[in-house]
Write a protein that binds this ligand. Structure first.
Ligand SMILES: C[S@@+](CC[C@H](N)C(=O)[O-])C[C@H]1O[C@@H](n2cnc3c(N)ncnc32)[C@H](O)[C@@H]1O
Length: 173
């Protein structure tokens, strides 16, 4: 099975979902989708099979992109945010690369996952051991010239303090 089919552990998704209330999984298939609504190659509606080419509307999106080439995904997430979508992208924290830094600066919010590596799951539900890299969440929520807010988060802690920051991102509060 291709590595790009590996999925986010449910417990990790639930922690984030408590804060964001996702409505659309933009990189998925019917089996590994984390939201009822998803975009992916096996979607019944051919117009919803390629997330890079369809609208994400004003959805609250979660994205765990195929890691072979995340650049177009980050560009799409930012572009979609200019049209009203909010996207939380789970990516490697490749802070040393220029491409990562350029994309991250367009994020409204960066959350560095600390103290652990995310144990992504194979399609059969078994946990892989091969994630050797740290992760970060890039939150795309509209036009930005430089990201102004970043924080560290260990998943054993509640995402305290994100509430008001999120309200501001999502509702302009
Ligand atoms: C790393 S997996 C993430 C799976 C899962 N949604 C999760 O995080 O638990 C990436 C998923 O993106 C899907 N995918 C690949 N190309 C896509 C495309 N152009 N549009 C939407 N989904 C795509 C694959 O089918 C695969 O299931």
């Amino acid at each position: 099975m291709e590595k790009y089919e590996w999925s986010t552990p449910d417990w990790f998704f639930r922690l984030l979902n408590k804060e964001f209330w996702f409505t659309l999984d933009v990189t998925a298939n019917r089996r590994n989708r984390k939201c009822r609504l998803y975009l992916g190659p096996d979607h019944d509606d051919p117009r919803r099979r390629n997330a890079l080419e369809c609208s994400w509307g004003r959805s609250v999106c979660r994205m765990n992109p195929p890691y072979s080439n995340i650049q177009p995904w980050l560009e799409k997430a930012y572009a979609a945010s200019l049209n009203g979508a909010l996207t939380v992208a789970l990516v490697h924290a490749d802070t040393s690369t220029r491409r990562w830094a350029a994309a991250a600066h367009k994020a409204a919010y960066i959350i560095f996952v600390t103290g652990m590596r995310i144990p992504f799951m194979r399609p059969d539900g078994t946990v892989g051991k091969s994630n050797t890299r740290p992760s970060a969440l890039l939150v795309f929520a509209g036009a930005r010239e430089a990201c102004t807010t970043a924080r560290f988060w260990h998943p054993s802690e509640p995402l305290r303090g994100l509430g008001p920051a999120l309200d501001a991102l999502m509702f302009g509060a």
